[in-house]
Ligand binder design. Structure first.
Ligand SMILES: NC(=O)c1ccc[n+]([C@@H]2O[C@H](COP(=O)([O-])OP(=O)(O)OC[C@H]3O[C@@H](n4cnc5c(N)ncnc54)[C@H](O)[C@@H]3O)[C@@H](O)[C@H]2O)c1
Length: 421
């Protein structure tokens, strides 16, 4: 079988690499820079090591001519929201148009991008049909298989996560089941809409659970109780769900609930819980900035521009992904209070940090040796390991604010003020 993966990002590249073990795979991406990078053996998403990339037998291309008449097209392009938090389907629509212009009779088009129920059949299927002149369900077929990878997670990988699969007909489902089971375990969902719905609720459920923890974190902070102490106690109950507080950014958990909310509104239901969770999580950055300001405002040097060292800019730990990072909300909040900030993130691309957020990332070796506060906002392993060296940069009496609770307070000198959420 000839398979083309449309979109070689965090999702598409590992999937393409896994399928090369059994099939003839072409990786298509409109970003020519990305194609050149991959050809040279470099993956900026850090999902595949250079040695692995170089050993893969796959054709990389930006040319439509190279993806004509494939048996299967798998679409792994972004599905973001617009500035009003409404699903922006333009990218997946464009990818569908490209496929329509090259596919032949008998093709199967599988979508892996996160969408809301109905997008595969009612949006993409119609585009494919209109642009190709072929009949959906007769001349070509649809499938949906949501992606569940967790970038930066070396335990839950494409080879160990169960893949939910649904096809337009039993025969298509069987073909897709066979293909994906070359990589991992497969669960066949009842139909395409069910598979779409399963994916979008997985991330929305996470968002709501984290929102609850973020809300009680704020309540307990006012009561002078640490959420982490509370969680240590509460999670001893067998059915307590051990979510932790934090900034919810990135391309999935902070976005997908808006897809669910949109489809809810389409059927006339007001998605109160879903959107309330989003509001709580989106407010977390400014809440943290206020908390830091409060903690710093009672020290003697208040009034002078205090210097703060911020650790981490990516949307979560151990990934280079800067998209929709909520660290920026903390940074902006503190800048508005007048603090001078240095931001360090060895995993993030400095050019992208400048372009996306206007931040000049610093190398830890180029930072000052006199800060009044160190904020650990993203718990990259390298920050955990280098705790001692990093804290040498803090003035006596300085604030150590570890929002992820990963530094061991027992190993932090008493000359600093240590706090967590
Ligand atoms: N990143 C994750 O952890 C993750 C996990 C599960 C699901 N998803 C979902 O998977 C989808 C892809 O996410 P991602 O993180 O891999 O995105 P990404 O931005 O890392 O990669 C997408 C790639 O698609 C390319 N692209 C854009 N338009 C294209 C087109 N018309 N034709 C071909 N290529 C095109 C881009 O250049 C980019 O390289 C999204 O719907 C996302 O919600 C992501």
């Amino acid at each position: 079988m000839k398979i083309t993966i449309m979109g070689l990002g965090y999702v598409g590249l590992p999937l393409a690499a896994a399928l090369t073990k059994k099939y003839q795979v072409t990786g298509f991406d409109i970003d020519e820079g990305r194609i050149q990078e991959l050809k040279s053996g470099h993956d900026r998403t850090a999902e595949l090591e250079s040695s692995v990339l170089k050993s893969i037998d796959m054709k990389y291309t930006s040319s439509k001519d190279d993806i004509k008449s494939q048996d299967i097209y798998i679409v792994t392009v972004p599905t973001p929201v617009d500035k009003n938090n409404k699903p922006d389907l333009t990218i997946i629509e464009k990818a569908s148009k490209t496929i329509a212009s090259v596919m032949a009779k008998g093709a199967i088009v599988v979508y892996e991008s996160t969408v809301y129920p109905g997008v595969t059949e009612e949006v993409c299927g119609r585009i494919l049909e209109k642009e190709s002149g072929l009949k959906c369900g007769v001349d070509f077929f649809l499938g949906y298989s949501p992606e569940r990878i967790n970038p930066g997670d070396k335990k839950h990988t494409i080879y160990s996560i169960t893949k939910v699969v649904a096809g337009q007909t039993p025969a298509v489902t069987k073909t897709l089941e066979e293909m994906y089971s070359q990589v991992t375990d497969v669960f066949v969902a009842k139909n395409i809409k069910t598979a779409e719905a399963a994916k979008v609720i997985e991330n929305s459920q996470r968002d709501i659970n984290i929102a609850f923890i973020n809300e009680i974190t704020q309540i307990f902070s006012k009561l002078g109780i640490s959420i982490y102490d509370v969680l240590d106690a509460a999670k001893t109950k067998w059915n307590f769900l051990p979510f932790t507080p934090g900034l919810v950014g990135g391309h999935c958990i902070g976005i997908d609930p808006y897809y669910l909310a949109e489809c809810s509104k389409k059927v006339g239901h007001n998605p109160e819980v879903i959107l309330s969770g989003r509001r709580t999580n989106d407010a977390m950055g400014s809440m943290l900035a206020n908390q830091v300001h409060h903690l710093l405002s009672d020290t003697t040097s208040y009034g002078q521009a205090k210097k703060i060292l911020v650790l981490g800019l990516t949307f979560k730990e151990n990934v280079p992904d800067l998209r929709n990072s909520k660290v920026i909300d903390v940074i902006k909040g503190l800048q508005n209070f007048g603090y001078a900030l240095d931001v360090v993130d060895p995993l993030a691309d400095p050019a992208e940090a400048k372009k996306e957020y206007g931040i000049d990332l610093k190398d830890i070796t180029d930072t000052s040796s006199s800060y009044q506060a160190v904020l650990l906002l993203v718990s990259h392993d390298m920050f955990i390991k280098n705790q001692e060296n990093i804290l040498l940069k803090l003035d006596k009496g300085g604030l150590v604010f570890d929002i992820k609770n990963v530094w061991n307070p027992k190993t932090i000198s008493e000359k600093y003020r240590f706090t967590t959420l």
